[in-house]
Design a protein around this ligand. Structure first.
Ligand code: ATP
Ligand code: MG
Length: 407
Protein backbone atom coordinates (compact mmCIF):
# COMPACT_ATOMS: atom_id res chain seq x y z
CA UNK A 1 0.00 0.00 0.00
CA UNK A 2 1.41 3.40 -0.89
CA UNK A 3 1.54 6.29 1.53
CA UNK A 4 -1.02 8.02 -0.60
CA UNK A 5 -3.68 5.34 -0.37
CA UNK A 6 -3.10 5.11 3.38
CA UNK A 7 -3.83 8.80 3.73
CA UNK A 8 -6.90 8.68 1.47
CA UNK A 9 -8.43 5.86 3.47
CA UNK A 10 -7.42 7.38 6.80
CA UNK A 11 -10.74 9.15 7.47
CA UNK A 12 -12.44 5.77 7.56
CA UNK A 13 -9.89 4.16 9.83
CA UNK A 14 -11.14 3.83 13.39
CA UNK A 15 -9.50 2.57 16.59
CA UNK A 16 -11.04 1.56 19.89
CA UNK A 17 -9.40 2.27 23.23
CA UNK A 18 -10.81 0.53 26.28
CA UNK A 19 -9.86 1.84 29.71
CA UNK A 20 -10.00 -0.27 32.84
CA UNK A 21 -7.97 -2.51 35.08
CA UNK A 22 -10.81 -5.03 35.25
CA UNK A 23 -10.30 -5.69 31.54
CA UNK A 24 -6.55 -6.15 31.92
CA UNK A 25 -6.93 -8.43 34.91
CA UNK A 26 -9.37 -10.67 33.11
CA UNK A 27 -12.37 -9.94 35.31
CA UNK A 28 -14.42 -8.82 32.31
CA UNK A 29 -14.00 -9.16 28.58
CA UNK A 30 -14.00 -6.20 26.27
CA UNK A 31 -17.54 -6.36 24.95
CA UNK A 32 -17.52 -2.68 24.06
CA UNK A 33 -14.77 -3.08 21.48
CA UNK A 34 -16.59 -6.00 19.85
CA UNK A 35 -19.94 -4.26 19.83
CA UNK A 36 -18.61 -0.94 18.51
CA UNK A 37 -16.46 -2.65 15.87
CA UNK A 38 -19.37 -4.60 14.51
CA UNK A 39 -21.46 -1.41 14.23
CA UNK A 40 -18.60 0.53 12.68
CA UNK A 41 -17.89 -2.16 10.10
CA UNK A 42 -21.58 -2.21 9.21
CA UNK A 43 -21.43 1.51 8.53
CA UNK A 44 -18.44 1.09 6.21
CA UNK A 45 -15.62 2.11 8.58
CA UNK A 46 -12.56 0.02 9.01
CA UNK A 47 -11.54 -0.78 12.58
CA UNK A 48 -7.76 -1.02 12.59
CA UNK A 49 -6.76 -1.43 16.25
CA UNK A 50 -8.19 -2.42 19.62
CA UNK A 51 -6.15 -1.34 22.60
CA UNK A 52 -6.79 -1.75 26.32
CA UNK A 53 -5.03 0.31 28.97
CA UNK A 54 -5.06 0.61 32.74
CA UNK A 55 -6.84 3.33 34.75
CA UNK A 56 -3.63 5.35 34.71
CA UNK A 57 -3.68 8.77 33.12
CA UNK A 58 -0.26 8.49 31.48
CA UNK A 59 -1.22 5.11 30.01
CA UNK A 60 -4.46 6.47 28.58
CA UNK A 61 -2.59 9.40 27.01
CA UNK A 62 0.04 7.08 25.56
CA UNK A 63 -2.73 4.86 24.20
CA UNK A 64 -4.37 7.82 22.49
CA UNK A 65 -1.06 8.88 20.95
CA UNK A 66 -0.44 5.37 19.64
CA UNK A 67 -3.90 5.06 18.11
CA UNK A 68 -3.82 8.57 16.64
CA UNK A 69 -0.94 7.45 14.45
CA UNK A 70 -3.13 4.76 12.90
CA UNK A 71 -6.63 6.20 12.78
CA UNK A 72 -8.42 9.50 12.39
CA UNK A 73 -11.20 8.51 14.76
CA UNK A 74 -10.83 6.94 18.18
CA UNK A 75 -13.57 5.50 20.34
CA UNK A 76 -12.73 5.50 24.03
CA UNK A 77 -14.82 3.54 26.54
CA UNK A 78 -14.72 3.48 30.33
CA UNK A 79 -13.32 5.60 33.10
CA UNK A 80 -15.94 8.35 33.05
CA UNK A 81 -17.26 7.49 36.51
CA UNK A 82 -17.21 9.56 39.69
CA UNK A 83 -14.34 7.84 41.50
CA UNK A 84 -10.65 8.62 41.74
CA UNK A 85 -9.75 5.81 39.35
CA UNK A 86 -11.84 7.38 36.58
CA UNK A 87 -9.26 9.39 34.68
CA UNK A 88 -10.33 9.18 31.08
CA UNK A 89 -11.61 12.77 30.87
CA UNK A 90 -8.35 14.12 32.34
CA UNK A 91 -6.28 12.09 29.88
CA UNK A 92 -8.34 13.16 26.87
CA UNK A 93 -8.11 16.82 27.92
CA UNK A 94 -4.35 16.54 28.30
CA UNK A 95 -4.09 14.85 24.90
CA UNK A 96 -6.03 17.77 23.37
CA UNK A 97 -3.98 20.33 25.28
CA UNK A 98 -7.27 21.58 26.70
CA UNK A 99 -8.58 22.44 30.14
CA UNK A 100 -11.59 20.76 31.74
CA UNK A 101 -14.68 22.93 32.02
CA UNK A 102 -17.77 22.43 34.16
CA UNK A 103 -20.98 21.79 32.21
CA UNK A 104 -24.04 22.74 34.26
CA UNK A 105 -26.57 20.80 32.17
CA UNK A 106 -24.66 17.58 32.92
CA UNK A 107 -25.07 18.22 36.65
CA UNK A 108 -28.81 18.74 36.10
CA UNK A 109 -28.85 15.42 34.24
CA UNK A 110 -27.20 13.66 37.19
CA UNK A 111 -29.48 15.30 39.76
CA UNK A 112 -32.55 14.29 37.74
CA UNK A 113 -31.28 10.73 37.36
CA UNK A 114 -30.73 10.28 41.07
CA UNK A 115 -34.09 11.92 41.80
CA UNK A 116 -35.85 9.39 39.56
CA UNK A 117 -34.42 6.71 41.89
CA UNK A 118 -35.54 8.70 44.96
CA UNK A 119 -31.95 9.52 45.80
CA UNK A 120 -29.83 12.64 46.19
CA UNK A 121 -26.87 13.05 43.84
CA UNK A 122 -23.57 12.73 45.74
CA UNK A 123 -21.16 15.63 45.37
CA UNK A 124 -18.54 13.24 43.98
CA UNK A 125 -20.63 12.93 40.81
CA UNK A 126 -19.72 16.54 39.95
CA UNK A 127 -16.53 15.05 38.57
CA UNK A 128 -18.63 13.65 35.72
CA UNK A 129 -19.60 17.15 34.57
CA UNK A 130 -16.19 18.28 33.35
CA UNK A 131 -15.26 18.16 29.67
CA UNK A 132 -12.29 19.37 27.64
CA UNK A 133 -12.85 22.86 26.23
CA UNK A 134 -14.47 22.56 22.81
CA UNK A 135 -16.08 19.17 23.47
CA UNK A 136 -19.63 18.40 22.42
CA UNK A 137 -21.54 16.76 25.27
CA UNK A 138 -23.64 13.71 24.33
CA UNK A 139 -26.42 12.92 26.77
CA UNK A 140 -26.48 9.42 28.17
CA UNK A 141 -30.05 8.24 28.76
CA UNK A 142 -28.88 5.02 30.39
CA UNK A 143 -26.55 6.38 33.08
CA UNK A 144 -25.16 9.35 34.94
CA UNK A 145 -22.00 10.04 32.93
CA UNK A 146 -22.66 11.91 29.72
CA UNK A 147 -20.35 11.07 26.84
CA UNK A 148 -18.53 13.60 24.69
CA UNK A 149 -16.97 14.14 21.31
CA UNK A 150 -13.83 16.22 20.92
CA UNK A 151 -11.19 16.80 18.27
CA UNK A 152 -7.47 17.11 18.95
CA UNK A 153 -5.23 18.88 16.50
CA UNK A 154 -2.20 16.78 15.65
CA UNK A 155 0.50 17.27 13.08
CA UNK A 156 -0.87 14.54 10.81
CA UNK A 157 -4.35 16.01 10.92
CA UNK A 158 -7.27 16.22 13.31
CA UNK A 159 -8.01 13.26 15.57
CA UNK A 160 -11.61 12.87 16.54
CA UNK A 161 -12.46 11.16 19.81
CA UNK A 162 -15.82 9.78 20.89
CA UNK A 163 -15.49 9.28 24.62
CA UNK A 164 -18.12 6.90 26.00
CA UNK A 165 -18.89 5.39 29.42
CA UNK A 166 -17.89 1.82 30.32
CA UNK A 167 -21.13 -0.10 30.91
CA UNK A 168 -22.17 -1.71 27.61
CA UNK A 169 -25.80 -0.61 27.80
CA UNK A 170 -24.66 2.99 28.19
CA UNK A 171 -22.35 2.60 25.19
CA UNK A 172 -25.32 1.36 23.18
CA UNK A 173 -27.57 4.19 24.38
CA UNK A 174 -25.07 6.90 23.43
CA UNK A 175 -24.27 5.22 20.13
CA UNK A 176 -27.93 5.04 19.16
CA UNK A 177 -28.78 8.56 20.28
CA UNK A 178 -25.76 10.44 18.97
CA UNK A 179 -23.05 8.53 17.19
CA UNK A 180 -24.67 6.37 14.55
CA UNK A 181 -26.46 9.08 12.57
CA UNK A 182 -23.44 11.39 12.65
CA UNK A 183 -21.12 8.69 11.32
CA UNK A 184 -23.55 7.34 8.77
CA UNK A 185 -23.61 10.72 7.02
CA UNK A 186 -19.88 10.62 6.45
CA UNK A 187 -19.84 7.49 4.34
CA UNK A 188 -20.55 8.32 0.71
CA UNK A 189 -23.51 6.40 -0.69
CA UNK A 190 -21.20 4.50 -3.04
CA UNK A 191 -19.20 3.08 -0.15
CA UNK A 192 -22.16 1.87 1.92
CA UNK A 193 -22.74 -1.85 2.11
CA UNK A 194 -25.63 -4.11 3.01
CA UNK A 195 -25.23 -7.24 5.07
CA UNK A 196 -27.72 -10.09 4.83
CA UNK A 197 -27.56 -13.11 7.10
CA UNK A 198 -29.13 -16.54 7.48
CA UNK A 199 -28.86 -18.54 10.69
CA UNK A 200 -29.16 -22.28 10.31
CA UNK A 201 -29.54 -25.29 12.55
CA UNK A 202 -28.88 -28.91 11.74
CA UNK A 203 -26.33 -28.64 8.92
CA UNK A 204 -22.59 -28.16 9.33
CA UNK A 205 -20.48 -25.36 7.95
CA UNK A 206 -18.98 -27.39 5.13
CA UNK A 207 -22.30 -28.78 4.00
CA UNK A 208 -23.80 -25.29 3.94
CA UNK A 209 -20.78 -24.00 2.03
CA UNK A 210 -21.40 -26.63 -0.64
CA UNK A 211 -24.93 -25.31 -1.01
CA UNK A 212 -24.06 -21.62 -0.83
CA UNK A 213 -20.96 -21.50 -3.03
CA UNK A 214 -22.64 -22.36 -6.35
CA UNK A 215 -25.17 -19.58 -5.72
CA UNK A 216 -22.64 -16.87 -4.92
CA UNK A 217 -19.78 -17.93 -7.19
CA UNK A 218 -18.63 -15.16 -9.51
CA UNK A 219 -21.28 -12.73 -8.24
CA UNK A 220 -18.81 -10.51 -6.40
CA UNK A 221 -20.54 -10.70 -3.00
CA UNK A 222 -18.41 -11.13 0.08
CA UNK A 223 -19.36 -14.34 1.91
CA UNK A 224 -18.58 -15.49 5.44
CA UNK A 225 -19.53 -18.45 7.60
CA UNK A 226 -19.66 -18.41 11.36
CA UNK A 227 -20.30 -21.50 13.41
CA UNK A 228 -21.52 -20.93 16.95
CA UNK A 229 -23.00 -24.24 18.02
CA UNK A 230 -25.69 -25.26 17.43
CA UNK A 231 -26.01 -22.57 14.76
CA UNK A 232 -24.14 -21.81 11.58
CA UNK A 233 -24.53 -18.33 10.19
CA UNK A 234 -24.04 -17.45 6.55
CA UNK A 235 -23.48 -13.78 5.80
CA UNK A 236 -23.14 -11.95 2.53
CA UNK A 237 -22.24 -8.32 2.03
CA UNK A 238 -22.54 -6.21 -1.11
CA UNK A 239 -22.56 -2.51 -2.08
CA UNK A 240 -25.81 -0.81 -1.09
CA UNK A 241 -26.11 0.77 -4.54
CA UNK A 242 -26.34 -2.74 -6.02
CA UNK A 243 -29.23 -3.83 -3.83
CA UNK A 244 -31.50 -4.55 -6.79
CA UNK A 245 -28.89 -6.58 -8.61
CA UNK A 246 -28.30 -8.81 -5.56
CA UNK A 247 -31.96 -9.27 -4.61
CA UNK A 248 -32.41 -12.46 -6.70
CA UNK A 249 -29.21 -13.93 -5.26
CA UNK A 250 -30.50 -13.32 -1.72
CA UNK A 251 -33.87 -14.84 -2.58
CA UNK A 252 -32.09 -17.87 -4.02
CA UNK A 253 -30.04 -18.26 -0.81
CA UNK A 254 -33.18 -18.11 1.33
CA UNK A 255 -34.61 -20.81 -0.86
CA UNK A 256 -31.67 -23.24 -0.81
CA UNK A 257 -31.09 -22.70 2.93
CA UNK A 258 -34.74 -23.04 3.92
CA UNK A 259 -34.55 -26.66 5.17
CA UNK A 260 -32.25 -25.52 8.02
CA UNK A 261 -33.16 -21.86 8.33
CA UNK A 262 -33.86 -20.64 11.84
CA UNK A 263 -33.50 -16.87 11.64
CA UNK A 264 -32.83 -14.39 8.90
CA UNK A 265 -31.19 -10.97 9.28
CA UNK A 266 -32.44 -9.25 12.44
CA UNK A 267 -35.25 -11.69 13.01
CA UNK A 268 -35.62 -12.85 16.63
CA UNK A 269 -37.64 -16.04 16.61
CA UNK A 270 -37.57 -16.52 20.39
CA UNK A 271 -38.77 -12.97 21.16
CA UNK A 272 -41.48 -13.20 18.50
CA UNK A 273 -42.64 -16.46 20.02
CA UNK A 274 -42.78 -15.04 23.54
CA UNK A 275 -44.77 -11.98 22.49
CA UNK A 276 -47.19 -14.16 20.52
CA UNK A 277 -48.19 -15.76 23.85
CA UNK A 278 -49.73 -12.46 24.98
CA UNK A 279 -53.01 -13.34 23.26
CA UNK A 280 -53.71 -16.38 25.46
CA UNK A 281 -55.30 -16.62 28.88
CA UNK A 282 -52.55 -18.62 30.49
CA UNK A 283 -49.57 -20.65 29.30
CA UNK A 284 -47.81 -23.70 30.65
CA UNK A 285 -44.52 -24.88 29.24
CA UNK A 286 -43.13 -28.34 29.93
CA UNK A 287 -39.48 -28.92 29.15
CA UNK A 288 -38.34 -32.52 29.27
CA UNK A 289 -35.52 -32.17 26.75
CA UNK A 290 -33.30 -29.12 26.98
CA UNK A 291 -32.05 -28.88 30.59
CA UNK A 292 -32.59 -25.14 30.78
CA UNK A 293 -31.56 -24.13 27.25
CA UNK A 294 -35.15 -23.37 26.43
CA UNK A 295 -35.47 -21.05 29.45
CA UNK A 296 -32.25 -19.34 28.44
CA UNK A 297 -33.51 -18.79 24.92
CA UNK A 298 -36.83 -17.35 26.07
CA UNK A 299 -35.43 -15.16 28.87
CA UNK A 300 -34.58 -12.02 26.84
CA UNK A 301 -38.03 -12.05 25.19
CA UNK A 302 -39.71 -12.52 28.57
CA UNK A 303 -37.94 -9.51 30.00
CA UNK A 304 -38.81 -7.45 26.96
CA UNK A 305 -42.50 -8.40 27.11
CA UNK A 306 -42.77 -7.72 30.84
CA UNK A 307 -46.29 -6.74 31.84
CA UNK A 308 -47.85 -7.92 28.58
CA UNK A 309 -47.86 -11.65 29.19
CA UNK A 310 -50.48 -13.92 30.76
CA UNK A 311 -49.74 -16.07 33.82
CA UNK A 312 -47.06 -18.45 32.67
CA UNK A 313 -45.17 -21.36 34.14
CA UNK A 314 -42.15 -23.27 32.95
CA UNK A 315 -41.99 -26.77 34.37
CA UNK A 316 -38.86 -28.84 34.04
CA UNK A 317 -39.45 -31.45 36.72
CA UNK A 318 -41.40 -33.88 34.60
CA UNK A 319 -41.17 -37.63 34.38
CA UNK A 320 -39.58 -38.29 31.00
CA UNK A 321 -40.60 -41.47 29.23
CA UNK A 322 -38.46 -43.46 26.77
CA UNK A 323 -40.98 -42.49 24.16
CA UNK A 324 -40.85 -38.69 23.79
CA UNK A 325 -44.24 -38.50 22.14
CA UNK A 326 -45.82 -40.25 25.12
CA UNK A 327 -44.29 -37.71 27.51
CA UNK A 328 -45.49 -34.79 25.43
CA UNK A 329 -48.97 -36.30 25.19
CA UNK A 330 -49.06 -36.74 28.93
CA UNK A 331 -47.98 -33.14 29.65
CA UNK A 332 -50.48 -31.72 27.21
CA UNK A 333 -53.21 -33.88 28.69
CA UNK A 334 -52.75 -32.61 32.25
CA UNK A 335 -55.84 -30.99 33.66
CA UNK A 336 -54.99 -27.31 34.12
CA UNK A 337 -56.64 -23.92 33.80
CA UNK A 338 -54.10 -22.66 31.27
CA UNK A 339 -55.50 -22.01 27.81
CA UNK A 340 -52.28 -23.16 26.18
CA UNK A 341 -49.86 -25.93 27.04
CA UNK A 342 -46.56 -26.42 25.24
CA UNK A 343 -44.32 -29.43 25.74
CA UNK A 344 -41.06 -30.86 24.50
CA UNK A 345 -39.36 -34.09 25.44
CA UNK A 346 -36.47 -36.24 24.38
CA UNK A 347 -33.06 -37.76 25.17
CA UNK A 348 -34.07 -39.46 28.37
CA UNK A 349 -30.69 -40.84 29.29
CA UNK A 350 -27.45 -39.30 28.23
CA UNK A 351 -26.85 -42.52 26.28
CA UNK A 352 -29.21 -42.08 23.36
CA UNK A 353 -26.09 -42.77 21.39
CA UNK A 354 -27.66 -44.45 18.39
CA UNK A 355 -30.45 -42.27 17.37
CA UNK A 356 -32.92 -40.99 19.83
CA UNK A 357 -35.74 -38.72 18.95
CA UNK A 358 -37.56 -35.79 20.41
CA UNK A 359 -41.10 -34.57 20.22
CA UNK A 360 -42.80 -31.24 20.71
CA UNK A 361 -46.44 -30.31 20.82
CA UNK A 362 -49.02 -27.73 21.69
CA UNK A 363 -52.47 -27.79 23.15
CA UNK A 364 -54.73 -24.80 22.60
CA UNK A 365 -58.04 -25.22 24.36
CA UNK A 366 -59.01 -28.79 23.51
CA UNK A 367 -56.96 -29.14 20.34
CA UNK A 368 -53.58 -30.83 20.40
CA UNK A 369 -50.84 -31.29 17.81
CA UNK A 370 -47.59 -33.16 18.33
CA UNK A 371 -44.60 -33.53 16.03
CA UNK A 372 -41.82 -36.06 16.41
CA UNK A 373 -38.34 -35.51 15.00
CA UNK A 374 -35.12 -37.55 14.84
CA UNK A 375 -32.02 -36.43 16.71
CA UNK A 376 -29.76 -34.09 14.77
CA UNK A 377 -26.53 -35.60 15.98
CA UNK A 378 -25.68 -38.89 17.60
CA UNK A 379 -23.59 -39.87 20.57
CA UNK A 380 -23.19 -38.50 24.04
CA UNK A 381 -20.54 -35.98 22.99
CA UNK A 382 -23.12 -34.10 20.98
CA UNK A 383 -25.77 -34.16 23.69
CA UNK A 384 -25.32 -30.62 24.99
CA UNK A 385 -25.41 -29.24 21.46
CA UNK A 386 -28.41 -31.43 20.76
CA UNK A 387 -30.31 -29.99 23.70
CA UNK A 388 -29.51 -26.44 22.64
CA UNK A 389 -30.56 -27.15 19.07
CA UNK A 390 -33.78 -28.79 20.21
CA UNK A 391 -34.60 -25.73 22.31
CA UNK A 392 -34.32 -23.55 19.20
CA UNK A 393 -36.14 -25.97 16.91
CA UNK A 394 -38.90 -26.39 19.46
CA UNK A 395 -39.51 -22.65 19.60
CA UNK A 396 -39.77 -22.59 15.84
CA UNK A 397 -42.14 -25.55 15.85
CA UNK A 398 -44.34 -24.07 18.57
CA UNK A 399 -44.46 -20.85 16.57
CA UNK A 400 -45.70 -22.76 13.54
CA UNK A 401 -48.19 -24.82 15.49
CA UNK A 402 -49.59 -21.75 17.24
CA UNK A 403 -49.76 -19.83 13.96
CA UNK A 404 -51.89 -22.70 12.67
CA UNK A 405 -54.14 -22.02 15.63
CA UNK A 406 -54.95 -18.49 14.38
CA UNK A 407 -55.36 -19.43 10.74
P1 ATP B 1 -19.09 3.98 36.10
O1 ATP B 1 -19.75 5.30 36.32
O2 ATP B 1 -20.09 2.83 36.14
O3 ATP B 1 -17.86 3.77 36.92
P2 ATP B 1 -17.31 4.33 33.86
O4 ATP B 1 -17.59 5.12 32.63
O5 ATP B 1 -16.29 4.86 34.82
O6 ATP B 1 -18.68 4.02 34.54
P3 ATP B 1 -15.88 1.92 34.08
O7 ATP B 1 -15.72 2.23 35.54
O8 ATP B 1 -14.68 1.87 33.26
O9 ATP B 1 -16.86 2.95 33.39
O10 ATP B 1 -16.73 0.62 33.89
C1 ATP B 1 -17.96 0.44 34.56
C2 ATP B 1 -18.44 -0.97 34.33
O11 ATP B 1 -18.77 -1.13 32.96
C3 ATP B 1 -17.39 -2.05 34.57
O12 ATP B 1 -17.37 -2.48 35.89
C4 ATP B 1 -17.84 -3.15 33.64
O13 ATP B 1 -18.84 -3.90 34.24
C5 ATP B 1 -18.38 -2.39 32.47
N1 ATP B 1 -17.38 -2.21 31.42
C6 ATP B 1 -16.48 -1.24 31.31
N2 ATP B 1 -15.73 -1.35 30.21
C7 ATP B 1 -16.19 -2.45 29.56
C8 ATP B 1 -15.84 -3.09 28.34
N3 ATP B 1 -14.87 -2.62 27.55
N4 ATP B 1 -16.52 -4.18 28.00
C9 ATP B 1 -17.51 -4.65 28.80
N5 ATP B 1 -17.89 -4.09 29.95
C10 ATP B 1 -17.24 -3.00 30.33
MG1 MG C 1 -15.77 3.82 36.78
Amino acid sequence: MTAETTETSRPRRVAVLAVGSELLQGQIVNRNAAWLSSRLEDLGFSVVTHLTVDDVQADIEAGLAQLAAAAATIFVTGGLGPTSDDLTRDAVAAFCGAKLEFHAASWDHIVARFKSLAMTAPESNRQQCFYPTGARVLTNDAGTANAFQVTAKRERGPVEMWVLPGPPREVEAVWTAHVEAALRERIPAAARTIKRSWRMIGAGESKLAEIVEPVVKGSGVWVAYRAHAPFVEVKVRFPAVEKERFAPLCARLTDVLSPWLWEQDDEDVAATFVSSLARYEGVEIYDGATLGHLAELLAPGLREAEGRLPPMSLITSIEVDEDPRATVEQCLGLDTDAEVALAVSGFKDSGDADGGAWAAGVRVGERTSIVERPALWHGTAALARQRRAVAALTVKLWNELLAGDIN
